[in-house]
Design a protein around this ligand. Structure first.
Ligand code: OAD
Length: 238
């Protein structure tokens, strides 16, 4: 079977072997932090220093990690894929971006960071987004508005994920949907498989182990992403 319109959703599991902690593992990113204290608009209003510091640490950690064989395999696929290919990541790291920068993608490729990006900041007054590779101070002045502050360009709990219109349009016409390294615990990403099924797409989950949503997928492939993702890409024969 050959496919022409591919949507791949990635989660923290694809970056785990690069050394970026996942969220829900016992030693995961939320361990030691209550989500309400670091990942909500209310937390930022209450104690911006704690929230900025949490993301400053995550941002600094990016300079110590590198794309792994799974990111690289998807970048090579994006370079060769002749149809549409939407890569949607829930990850706020820049490991997909770095892998694709090394192997320029074909014209039908798009990458969406639906939960934002650690290396960007956003003006609290205008919503304008800018590159921000360093630390953010508790009350970092915004270059875009005299009364604005900069906050991490991260979608917090209670906020709307980014580019949902484009994602849903691609899901409505895809013929292959693959979820890689995501627990399926967070909506709306957890519902993407159902939208793809409705479009008649073949659906596959690639994970270390079956997730609670396994029955929603036609197929499951299990093992470390650095092994399973290159094997999946090789099996597509493009
Ligand atoms: P989770 O931490 O919930 O799930 C990570 C998944 O990766 C699990 O299903 C693991 O089994 C799998 N995994 C771990 N190591 C792996 C490996 N080496 N190879 C393959 N799979 C592996 O992370 P997400 O599903 O990405 O949102 O979490 C979704 C969202 O929840 C995040 O984007 C974040 C969080 O709250 C926001 O911050 C808005």
């Amino acid at each position: 079977m050959s496919y022409h319109r591919l949507v791949i959703l990635t989660g923290a599991g694809i970056s785990a072997e690069s050394g970026v902690p996942t969220f829900r593992a016992d030693d995961g990113l939320w361990m030691g932090h209550r989500v309400e204290d670091v990942a909500t608009p209310e937390a930022f209003a209450r104690d911006p220093a704690v929230v900025q510091d949490f993301y400053n640490q995550r941002r600094r950690q990016l300079s110590t990690v590198h794309p792994n064989a799974a990111h690289q395999a998807l970048a090579e696929l994006a370079a060769r894929w002749e149809g549409d290919f939407l890569l949607v990541t829930q990850n706020v790291d820049d490991l997909h971006d770095r892998a694709h920068a090394a192997v320029p993608p074909a014209p039908g490729f798009q990458l969406i960071h639906m939960h934002g990006e650690l290396l960007k900041a956003c003006c609290t007054r205008t919503g304008r987004v800018c590159d921000w590779p360093g630390d953010l101070a508790a009350a970092e002045p915004s270059p875009h508005h005299p009364q604005g502050r900069l906050r991490p360009h991260i979608v917090w709990f209670g906020e709307m994920p980014l580019s949902l219109d484009r994602i849903e349009a691609a899901l409505a016409r895809c013929d292959l949907f693959v979820a890689i390294g995501t627990s399926g615990a967070v909506w709306p990403a957890a519902g993407f498989v159902q939208l793809a099924r409705r479009a008649g797409a073949r659906t596959m989950e690639i994970n270390l182990e079956p997730t609670p949503g396994r029955r929603l997928f036609d197929e499951g492939v299990y093992g470390p992403a650095t092994e399973t993702v290159p094997a999946f890409v090789a099996g597509l024969n493009v």
